[in-house]
Ligand binder design. Structure first.
Ligand SMILES: Nc1ncnc2c1ncn2[C@@H]1O[C@H](COP(=O)(O)OP(=O)(O)OP(=O)(O)O)[C@@H](O)[C@H]1O
Ligand SMILES: O=P(O)(O)OC[C@H]1O[C@H](OP(=O)(O)OP(=O)(O)O)[C@H](O)[C@@H]1O
Ligand SMILES: [Mg+2]
Length: 286
């Protein structure tokens, strides 16, 4: 089968690094860098289009690209008829209302009659409609945070991550409207062969994401505490238990989820575990 799947990714910017890293972890290397609009991938039957992120929804909807990677915020803003396949766990941010630091923001109705600057007018429009707020939307493509300071707007609706840009422009975040992260999207009418390739890519992404969310854990445990310790780290099927050279002790190998990692470590120590080692997992297939 000679079919290739065409993936649209951001040429440069906030998504580019995370996208390339994810592809690399999936065993896919983009060969001729990012100086071209089109690149060939090694390690997967794939062609890559390097675009501005704003254009990706249209390319995917039209079928010029079969699949794409972009921020969920941009998918919502463009409102094209494309399918969101899965979240990818990078370029995490939120879209928030922010106002000058000295404003006494009493609630959403404060926005009534105000001028709000944004690069995401459609998402903002929907939010204002849902809350029955009548406000002026000023659409600009960048540097939204400077607009209140120069008297162009009373509030902004923008991407916030660390909050550093707001801080340096004397603004404060007052309302988080949505959360976003990079997502994999697809054209809704892929033929059978391309759907098959998409499934293979999803399988690789799933293995990488699972590995990122989990850690491999090795520890020594007194045999009389084994059952209690096993219940704390059940692992994929069950932990591996190996005898130690010292009588009455064994070594336990398992997998622990990153989210409850510190809590579990604390409980393992309380239960008598010693010599705890935690190592990253490269890929994880269940
Ligand atoms: N500070 C941030 N932290 C995390 N994610 C972010 C941040 N800023 C933007 N993003 C995410 O990355 C996406 C792309 O952001 P970027 O600033 O590179 O866009 P852009 O300037 O519109 O790029 P392009 O030139 O491709 O149009 C955003 O739509 C958002 O999903
Ligand atoms: O809360 P922070 O961590 O400060 O991040 C938020 C900023 O990041 C993005 O801009 P970016 O830095 O990508 O610059 P851009 O204006 O070129 O998009 C976004 O548009 C915000 O301005
Ligand atoms: Mg853009």
């Amino acid at each position: 089968m000679n079919t290739k799947i065409t993936l649209a990714i951001q040429k440069s910017g906030r998504l580019n690094e995370g996208t390339i890293e994810l592809l690399n972890r999936c065993g896919i290397k983009i060969s001729n860098g990012n100086n071209h609009l089109k690149a060939l991938a090694e390690g997967f039957p794939m062609e890559v289009l390097l675009l501005r992120d704003d254009d990706i929804p249209q390319y995917v909807a039209d079928g010029v690209a079969d699949i794409g990677i972009l921020g969920y915020n941009e998918v919502l803003e463009k409102g094209k008829d494309i399918e969101v396949i899965r979240e990818l766990g990078f370029s995490r941010c939120r879209l928030s209302i922010a106002v000058p630091r000295d404003v006494n923001y009493s609630g959403r109705q404060w926005l009534s009659g105000k001028r709000i600057a944004t690069s995401y007018p459609e998402i903002l429009k929907k939010f204002l409609n849902q809350n029955a707020i009548d406000a002026d939307i000023h659409t600009i493509s960048g540097s939204v945070e400077i607009t209140p300071g120069i008297g162009m707007a009373d509030a902004i609706f923008e991407i916030v991550s660390s909050g550093g840009t707001l801080l340096s422009n004397n603004l404060k975040e007052v309302d988080v409207i949505m959360k976003s992260e990079a997502v994999l999207v697809a054209n809704k009418n892929l033929d059978e062969q391309k759907s098959e390739l998409l499934k293979k890519l999803e399988f690789r992404i799933e293995a990488v994401r699972k590995a990122q969310r989990n850690k491999y854990i090795l520890l020594n445990a007194p045999k009389d505490k084994l059952n209690q310790i096993i219940s704390l780290i059940p692992g994929m099927k069950s932990p591996t238990v190996l005898p130690l050279a010292i009588e009455g002790w064994c070594s336990l190998h398992s997998v622990v989820n990153e989210d409850d990692f510190w809590e579990v470590i604390g409980r393992l120590k309380d239960a008598g575990a010693e010599g705890i080692l935690v190592v990253p997992i490269e890929k994880m297939v269940i």
